[in-house]
Design a protein around this ligand. Structure first.
Ligand code: CDP
Length: 248
């Protein structure tokens, strides 16, 4: 057994984590696509104890008109944490944290979208964190990616996100709450299907070799997430695809 100054025991005698995961294992993920009837696309996603709802609208005429761009669509991404989603009530409305997460998440999607095909339009992505348990920005990106597909918005491919980090001197995948709170580093990334990194942030300290190890691991995590996203899409749209086959 080992612990750091906070007395949190991060690994048991078998090297398993506080939630019995191996260092390179992600938390279980559950996905339901198309849960809202008003939105053009939506997705409900659970990752460990995180619960996220994503809704996508557009491409639709951008309002207010002054934000319209003559040669492309504006992409808006709003990450919001519900007051009841965390242990201490989160103050409602935008915060520095939520504005930052919204900005970097929007940028994570720009390379896979085709905004130049929709002048004066808006593509709106809303994500609501209903229950938070570390890794909400990555969980939200995974849900938003599927809501965009559900909305039928053309994309070069899916975006998948995951975090790696360092706890008690070890590099681990997909930090849980105690690991996020009391660990030494957190490295969330988002990645396209062809391996391009569209978001990278880092909290804490890693040596260059630890950073390389964490980058290797977190990209493997994104690929695992991608497989889960693809399976969820297949489950949702397999019957539609079968119908199409019959029509041919
Ligand atoms: O959620 P994520 O890891 O992307 O972002 P963070 O800023 O590293 O926050 C880590 C975790 O701290 C969140 O997932 C929440 O569980 C918690 N948190 C909180 O309890 N209250 C806040 N105002 C913000 C975060």
């Amino acid at each position: 057994m080992s612990s750091n100054q906070t007395d949190v025991v991060f690994f048991d005698e078998n090297g398993l984590r506080t939630d019995q995961r191996k260092p390179d294992e992600i938390r279980p993920m559950k996905i339901k696509i198309g849960v809202l009837s008003r939105a053009n696309g939506s997705c409900y996603l659970e990752w460990g104890a995180n619960k996220i709802l994503a809704a996508v609208y557009g491409p639709r005429e951008a309002h207010p008109r002054r934000i319209q761009l003559a040669n492309r669509a504006v992409i808006r991404y709003r990450y919001n944490m519900q007051s009841f989603s965390v242990e201490d009530r989160a103050r409602p409305g935008p915060s520095r944290r939520s504005s930052e997460i919204s900005k970097v998440s929007r940028e994570a999607f720009e390379p896979v979208l085709f905004p130049e095909d929709y002048p004066k339009a808006a593509i709106d992505i809303f994500v609501e964190v209903l229950q938070a348990d570390a890794g909400t920005r990555t969980a939200a990106i995974n849900a938003a990616s599927l809501a965009l597909v559900d909305a039928g918005i053309p994309m070069r491919g899916l975006v998948s996100a995951c975090a790696a980090g360092k706890v008690d001197g070890k590099i681990v995948l997909d930090l849980n709450k105690p690991e996020d709170n009391y660990g030494d580093a957190d490295l969330p990334i988002a990645m396209t299907e062809d391996g391009k990194i569209t978001l990278i942030q880092m909290d804490g300290h890693l040596t260059p070799s630890e950073f390389e190890e964490a980058m290797d691991l977190v990209q493997k995590g994104c690929r695992q997430v991608l497989e889960i996203q693809k399976a969820a899409l297949l489950e949702k749209f397999a019957s539609v695809m079968d119908d199409d086959d019959e029509e041919v």
